[in-house]
Design a protein around this ligand. Structure first.
Ligand SMILES: *[C@@H]1O[C@H](CO)[C@@H](O)[C@H](O)[C@H]1NC(C)=O
Ligand SMILES: *[C@@H]1O[C@H](CO)[C@@H](O)[C@H](O)[C@H]1NC(C)=O
Length: 827
């Protein structure tokens, strides 16, 4: 019996070995050994580099379409660094990658076809290993590298991965795709690294700047070694003396980086934030994306805006294919080469198209330049620079762009009888809203794979439009003038703006009449406009708003142009408009719960229903977000100018949506001379600068928002506020007095906030809430409102920061376990 402890321990040891160890989770492999494979169906069939920064395996790129890729393990959106089969996705069932006995690494599809393989058959290859650098290498037992993924980059190079004579980066298609796009980054025959667009119709080099020579671009073409590499601290250097560093290069190799030729044709260095998994751009080749060629297709113009480029069609041209702006625009006219056809030219200011010059002449007057084009049947337009008199006749229009600093104009050739009575429809598409993020977006399947019953059949659909490919509209002023019958003298200048958008419909009067049952159900809303509810043929419930007959054409189009572009959950979505003779309507989504004023000020006795604390806070946040979107996001220049409870509608969940962009004004982007002269907005909500005749900025909305915020807390009009003890008579309140009331209220609140006592907030907040509100939130909301109501507008916060403060406030209280409750108003 002396032996029993030893026997026991042996049994125990065996038990651990056989039972426990097999159940311990296997640490991920970094190698695939000869004879083994990874299967597409098994999620754990991956290789992970020893330091876990890279993963190799199957990656879903679409509906039943998979790619064999290496990605950054730590990136939030599975950022791909390399793909074996970028243009040949495999099936989600039955596909696998195997290191065969003969030494080749082979990717096979469900039916056994070899989709991709390495050239290592009949070698001693022993294992495929994923290294910490993100390089997948195939080695023999002695450790010699027989093949490596670093030798065949796709759209990305990683630190230490050289780019050489025979290697090029090829961009991916937009929309989160991995398939090959049209842009490449490579060493050209002159030893210089270039970016080229090689599209279906044309190709051209756009970087370094094609208007300058190699020397002017700071490059060097006598070193034929053609070698470039990004080092681990974020500095790229190549034999043509191209050299740049990441903006975070001072942080060295701690940061993971990649140099990617993004789908939009820009070459960017991206840095990974390890804690968030998100990328930021730490260097880019082209600060102005409109310098990239091929973005907007034939005849298309890249419009250089404040932050992002958009594609537009020139006057008398229309978009070729709505689904693909890369196809550009087609003319809406025909020019024959017969002598008898009379022509004229239309000027597109600050616009140029790069390339396709028939002829260049210097120091010629405009008349003579236009005549050159008029006589030449192959000429479609001329580019003319006023000062130098440079005249370029063009045989085709590609790579168009407008830039505020371009010192010339483009003159388009049109038949004299081209009908201009129709409004000029300028369609603008936003190819990229946020280029840096767009590449990381995982969106709709770029490829669609359909499996037929007997054998595998592939059907590919490409979505060329970008991840954020909203068709947006935008309007520009194009001046145009006629050449007279004799062809040369300008006779008149007209400017016009018109627009339309996809998904933004022009309704006929008949359609609206039908939808609203002959304008039967009028909604109760304040303001000058009648609003009817209706149901469209596709069963969407809509609100149909009648616009003033007397609104001048220009104002109508200005309004339509603003609202058509708007797409945010806190802004009322406009589905379309109608303009037939004097009938003008806007068609928008229907908001079940009507406008905020009904809920807030009707004493809770109306059928509208009473708002609890939770709803009020939600409304405060939502309105702030909506305004922040208008002011700061994709539409930087929109100012609402009339923020008030009447213009805040509530949906079935009491989510607020801002409406009535009737007064919205495209802010002058230069900022220097605002053209808003007439006072707009509503009494009691107007910022002092209206009265002071100062330029109007987005800060007028911040002011009005401050008033609304106070009213959400008080449950009554801020302008109805009375000083304690003051007994105001019912009298006609003058505008100045309204302002004084507001000033008094602000002064009182400032005093209370500065004081030590904090019970005042109970008196201030709507008594109908019977104390059911969050004190801390309410106090901070008062503070925010007060800062929004600063007399000096530069002291007011931006809507963006207001929204952030409120969101932070909400997070803080939820993490402290605040209950959400709603209050029923006692009958
Ligand atoms: C050519 O480029 C290579 C790689 O960048 C570099 O090592 C070499 O010194 C260069 N030669 C000359 C003559 O500049
Ligand atoms: C990563 O992101 C977090 C959160 O946005 C930020 O606080 C931090 O500074 C970032 N780190 C780096 C290295 O940029």
């Amino acid at each position: 019996m002396e032996n029993s402890p030893a026997v026991l321990s042996i049994i125990l040891f065996l038990a651990i070995t056989f039972f426990v160890i097999p159940f311990a989770s296997p640490s991920p492999q970094s190698s695939l050994w000869k004879g083994s494979s990874l299967s597409v169906e098994v999620d754990s069939d991956i290789l992970v580099s020893p330091d876990e920064s890279f993963t190799f395996g199957f990656h879903r790129i679409g509906n039943n379409a998979y790619a064999l890729s290496i990605w950054f393990s730590n990136s939030a959106n599975k950022t791909i660094a390399w793909t074996a089969n970028r243009d040949h996705p495999v099936n989600g069932l039955g596909s696998s990658v195997t290191l065969r006995k003969d030494g080749a690494l082979v990717l096979t599809d469900v039916d056994g076809t070899v989709v991709w393989s390495t050239n290592t058959s009949s070698t001693q290859a022993d294992q495929a290993q994923l290294l910490d650098t993100g390089n997948l290498v195939i080695e023999d037992p002695q450790g010699n590298v027989l093949w490596q993924s670093f030798d065949s980059p796709t759209d990305t190079i990683l630190p230490t991965q050289p780019i050489t004579k025979s290697k090029k980066l090829i961009s991916s298609m937009p929309g989160g795709s991995v398939s090959s796009g049209y842009y490449s980054f490579y060493f050209d025959n002159d030893n210089v690294m270039k970016l080229m667009y090689d599209g279906p119709q044309v190709s051209s080099i756009y970087w370094p700047n094609p208007d300058y020579n190699i020397w002017q671009n700071g490059r060097y073409n006598y070193n034929s070694s053609r070698y470039g590499v990004l080092d681990e601290s974020g500095t790229f250097q190549s034999s043509d003396r191209l050299s740049f560093s990441a903006s975070d290069s001072d942080m060295g190799s701690v940061i993971k980086r990649r140099l990617t030729l993004d789908y939009d044709g820009n070459l960017r260095l991206h840095s990974l934030n390890n804690s968030t998994g998100l990328w930021s751009v730490s260097w880019e080749a082209l600060p102005n994306l409109c310098d990239v060629h091929g973005l907007c297709g034939r005849n298309g113009i890249c419009v250089y805006n404040t932050q992002k480029p958009m594609c537009a069609c020139p006057f008398a041209y229309e978009v070729s294919a709505l689904s693909d702006w890369g196809e550009g625009c087609k003319p809406m006219f025909n020019i024959s080469c017969e002598d008898s056809q009379q022509l004229r030219f239309v000027e597109l200011k600050k616009t140029d198209f790069w390339g396709f010059d028939i002829n260049h002449t210097s120091s010629v007057p405009l008349d003579a330049c236009l005549e050159l084009c008029q006589k030449d049947c192959t000429c479609v337009a001329v580019s003319y620079k006023m000062g130098s008199g440079d005249c370029y006749t063009k045989s085709a229009l590609f790579n168009g762009r407008t830039a505020p600093d371009f010192p010339g104009s483009l003159y388009l050739k049109l038949p004299l009888n081209f009908d201009t009575s129709d409004m000029y429809v300028l369609q603008v598409h936003e190819p990229i809203c946020n280029a840096a993020n767009a590449t990381e977006a995982t969106v709709a399947a770029p490829k669609y794979v359909e499996i037929a019953s007997s054998r595998t059949k592939w059907t590919y659909f490409y979505w060329f439009i970008s991840a954020f490919g909203l068709i947006e509209i935008f309007f520009i002023v194009f001046g145009w003038w006629f050449a007279s019958k004799n062809g040369t003298k300008p006779t008149s200048i007209e400017e016009g703006y018109k627009l339309i958008a996809r998904q933004f419909k022009r309704f006929t009067y008949k359609e609206l009449k039908k939808a609203t049952g002959n304008f039967k159900n009028k909604l109760e809303r304040e303001g000058s406009r009648a609003v009817y509810s209706g149901v469209l043929e596709d069963e969407r419930v809509v609100a149909v708003e009648k616009l003033d007959d007397i609104i001048p054409n220009e104002a109508f189009w200005a309004e339509v142009s603003v609202i058509a572009r708007i797409n945010h959950m806190n802004l009322v979505r406009i589905w379309g408009f109608c303009s037939e003779h004097s009938h003008r309507f806007l068609v928008s989504e229907f908001m079940e719960n009507g406008s905020l004023d009904k809920h807030l000020f009707d004493g809770g006795h109306s059928s509208a229903g009473f708002l609890g604390w939770k709803e009020r806070f939600q409304i405060a946040v939502g309105v702030a977000k909506g305004l922040a979107y208008l002011h700061h996001e994709c539409l930087e220049w929109v100012i609402h100018c009339d923020v008030k409870p009447e213009n805040i509608l509530l949906d079935s969940d009491f989510e607020p949506k801002i409406t009535d962009f009737g007064l919205a004004k495209l802010a002058d982007r230069g900022g220097a001379h605002s053209k808003i002269s007439k006072v707009r907005g509503s009494r009691g909500y107007m910022a002092p600068e209206w009265a002071l005749n100062l330029p109007i900025t987005a800060k007028v909305d911040v002011y009005s928002y401050g008033v609304v915020l106070l009213e959400l807390l008080m449950g009554s009009r801020a302008s109805d506020w009375k000083m304690e003890g003051e007994d105001r008579e019912e009298e006609q309140v003058q505008e100045e007095e309204l302002e004084l009331e507001l000033l008094g209220l602000v002064r009182m609140l400032k005093g209370k906030l500065g004081g030590t006592e904090d019970s005042w907030i109970d008196d201030f907040v709507d008594a109908r809430l019977i104390g059911q509100f969050n004190h801390r939130k309410a106090t901070v909301m008062v503070e925010i409102a007060i800062s929004c109501l600063e007399e000096n507008r530069s002291n007011r916060p931006t809507m963006d920061s207001v929204a952030q403060m409120l969101i932070a406030l909400d997070d803080e209280s939820t993490s402290h376990g605040e209950h959400s409750y709603s209050v029923m108003y006692p009958e």
